[in-house]
Ligand binder design. Sequence first.
Ligand code: HEM
Length: 228
Amino acid sequence: MNWMLDYWRSSIGGKVTMAITGLLLFGFLVGHLAGNLLLLSGPEAMNEYAAFLKSKGALLWVVRCGLLAVFVLHVITGIRLARENRNARPIAYARPDTIQASLASRSMVFTGLSTLVFVVYHLLHFTVGVTNPEHFTMETSAGGHNVYGMVTASFSVVGIALAYVAFQVVLFFHLAHGVQSLAHTLGLHHERFTPMIKTASVGVAALITGGNIFLVLSVLLGIVEVQS
Ligand code: HEM
């Protein structure tokens, strides 16, 4: 156990922890978007999918706890590395690449903490039902949790829809830079590959956050039928 803690505390251990947890969270985002795209297939598809997940009972809670642990580890390690980075800063910036690295690290802390705020709000909104209980308590004709109704009623409120879009823009910058850092930690930094990796990082970040924004706007603009 001690060697694990020592490894985590080392600079490379911290970077590897960020890479592994970042990859797992990225995987969650891909799966979550794939599930949420069912919104386009209508109420039955979306509600059946939500009911299927709920029917997994204990397994769902194991996955949720694992996800929470990964998320907490990602946040704590990221804050620790950013602090170490700041403390190791030379008195005056002599080289432009040092300035660039420091700006990137600061913007990762800002976009990361903003995403943390988003996730807390999002859980209070859709998982706990605190922010909009009137949407959370919507039921299907069979008396089940109406997830389709909850999501469409929420995104038809302009303020909520715009807040989701704004947080997705912030998440885009976090993912675009995070995927590049991940590739760097995995040793993929070579003159020939770096530009390709940059383009691919921006591409995947745009796909995930663009997909989420597309869902929000589909409801707001009336492309998807709203239940209220
Ligand atoms: C338009 C985009 C999104 C929609 C429509 C959406 C929808 C939902 C819904 C309906 C739930 C509750 C599921 C349930 O309890 O039945 C949920 C849970 C959750 N969402 Fe999202 N989500 C979106 C984007 C995101 C993003 C960008 C993140 C992370 C940055 C995220 C993270 C989570 C997490 C961690 C949960 C809790 C999972 C669980 O309860 O098992 N979501 N989302």
